[in-house]
Design a protein around this ligand. Structure first.
Ligand code: KG4
Ligand code: ZN
Length: 353
C-alpha cells in the first residue's frame, strides 16, 4: 500500500487526508472557515491564513489518527502550492515541508485544480462505487476561482479548450447570492432557494460566445441585478431606499426562489451545452465534473441527461475543497518520480495549462 498524506490550504478550508494507492480514502478531515468569513460576505484573506495556522496541526493529526497509521506508514506528503491565496498556501506548504523534512519523506507540490480533477479517481466510501475514468475525457472544472473546459488524453496531459473570460461560475453564484440577500457562500444557498422556484420565471441571458468553448457570467449577474433593482424601485420609504447598492437588498416582494432558479438554470444551460458540444467534437469517452459548483445537483443531473457520454462526478463533499485529490495527484507524481525540492514555493497564480 502506498499511503500519501495530502494537505490543502489554498482558500478557506484547512484540510488533510490520507489516500492509499491513489484510490482508497483512509481519512478525510476538513476544518471549514465558512462561518468565520460569512460575516464579511466572502473570504477575508488575512483571517484565512491565521485560521489555517490554528487549524493545520490538529487537522493533520486527526487525519493520521483516523487513518490508523503512523508516520512510518507514509510514502510521501503532497501539498497544494497554488493557485490560491498566498498567505493561506504558505501555511500548508511550510507545514508539509517541515513534516516531510523531519520524517525523511518525499515532498510533492500539487496544483489545486488538478487535485479537484483527480477526486474523480477515488473509490466512494460506503457506495461500492469504483469509478474508472477512461481517456480521452473532458473535464469541466467549476469552482469559486475557476471555470475551465479541459481535454485529457492521459494522466497529467491537459489541453485547455476554453474557460471563463470574466467571473468563475462559483463566483457568479456567490455574487448573485449576495444580490438576493442569501447567506455566503451563494452556491449552496441558491441551490436551496431554487428548489422552491420556477426556472422559467425570468428570461435571463445566456452568453453563448459563438464558436468558442469560453464562458462569460458577468452579463447574467448584471441581468439579475437589474431585476433586483426593478423590485427595489418599488420601495417608497426613504429609509429603506437609503441602503447602499452593494448591501444585501432590502427589497420587499423580491421573488428570491424564482430568481435563484432562473439564474441557476441559465448557468447550468451554458455549462452543459458547451460541455456537450466539446464532448461530441473531440469524441471523448467520458465527462468529469470537478470543483465546488459540481456539488450542484441540478448541474449534475442536467449533464447526465444532456451529455451523450457517461458523466463522472465526485459526491458533493469531495467536490468542494478537501485534501483527498491532493493525495491522489501525489500518488501519480510519486510513481513518476516527480518529487519537489525543498525550495518549493507557493504559486498563487499557478495554471493547469
Ligand atoms: O472548489 P471550491 O470549494 O473552492 C474553490 O476552489 O474555489 O468551490 C467553492 C465554490 C463557491 O463559489 C461556492 O458557492 C460554490 O463552489 N458551490 C456551489 C455549490 N456548492 C459550492 N455552487 C453551486 N451549487 C452548489 N451546491
Ligand atoms: Zn477548489
Amino acid at each position: 500500500m502506498t499511503n500519501i498524506l495530502g494537505i490543502e490550504t489554498s482558500c478557506d478550508e484547512t484540510a488533510a487526508a490520507v489516500v492509499a494507492d491513489g484510490r482508497t480514502i483512509r481519512s478525510n478531515v476538513v476544518a471549514s472557515q465558512v462561518d468565520l468569513h460569512a460575516q464579511y460576505g466572502g473570504v477575508f484573506p488575512e483571517m484565512a491564513s491565521r485560521q489555517h495556522i490554528l487549524n493545520i496541526m490538529p487537522v493533520i493529526q486527526q487525519a493520521m489518527d483516523d487513518a490508523h497509521l503512523s508516520w512510518d506508514d507514509l510514502a510521501a506528503i503532497a501539498v497544494t502550492y497554488g493557485p490560491g491565496l498566498p498567505g493561506s498556501l504558505l501555511v500548508g506548504v511550510n507545514t508539509a515541508k517541515g513534516l516531510a523534512y523531519g520524517r525523511g519523506l518525499p515532498l510533492i507540490g500539487v496544483n489545486h485544480i488538478e487535485a479537484h480533477v483527480y477526486t474523480n479517481w477515488l473509490e466512494i466510501p460506503g457506495s461500492g462505487q469504483h469509478p474508472t475514468p477512461e481517456f480521452p475525457l473532458l473535464c469541466l472544472i467549476v469552482s469559486g476561482g475557476h471555470t475551465e473546459l479541459i481535454l485529457m488524453r492521459g494522466h497529467g496531459q491537459y489541453e485547455r479548450l476554453g474557460g471563463t473570460i470574466d467571473d468563475a461560475a462559483g463566483e457568479a453564484f456567490d455574487k448573485v447570492g449576495r444580490l438576493l440577500g442569501l447567506p455566503y457562500p451563494g452556491g449552496p444557498a441558491i441551490e436551496q432557494a431554487a428548489k422552491l422556484g420556477n426556472p422559467t420565471a425570468f428570461d435571463l441571458p445566456r452568453a453563448w460566445l459563438k464558436d468558442s468553448y469560453d464562458f462569460s457570467f458577468s452579463g447574467l449577474k448584471t441581468a439579475v441585478l437589474r431585476v433586483v433593482q426593478k423590485y427595489g424601485d418599488e420601495i417608497t420609504s426613504p429609509a429603506e431606499r437609503a441602503v447602499p447598492a452593494e448591501a444585501p437588498p432590502l427589497v420587499r416582494n423580491l421573488p428570491v426562489s424564482d430568481l435563484a432558479a432562473s439564474f441557476q438554470a441559465a448557468v447550468v444551460d451554458v455549462l452543459t451545452e458547451k460541455t456537450r458540444q466539446a464532448a461530441e467534437a473531440y469524441g471523448v469517452k467520458q465527462v468529469l465534473l470537478a470543483g465546488g459548483v459540481a456539488a450542484n445537483r441540478t448541474l449534475r443531473q442536467t449533464m447526465v441527461e444532456r451529455v451523450g457520454v457517461p458523466v463522472l462526478c465526485p459526491p458533493p463533499y469531495l467536490s468542494t475543497d478537501n485534501a483527498t485529490g491532493v493525495a491522489v495527484v501525489g500518488y501519480h507524481r510519486l510513481r513518476a518520480g516527480q518529487i519537489s525540492g525543498w525550495d518549493l514555493d507557493v504559486e498563487p497564480n499557478l495554471r493547469l495549462v
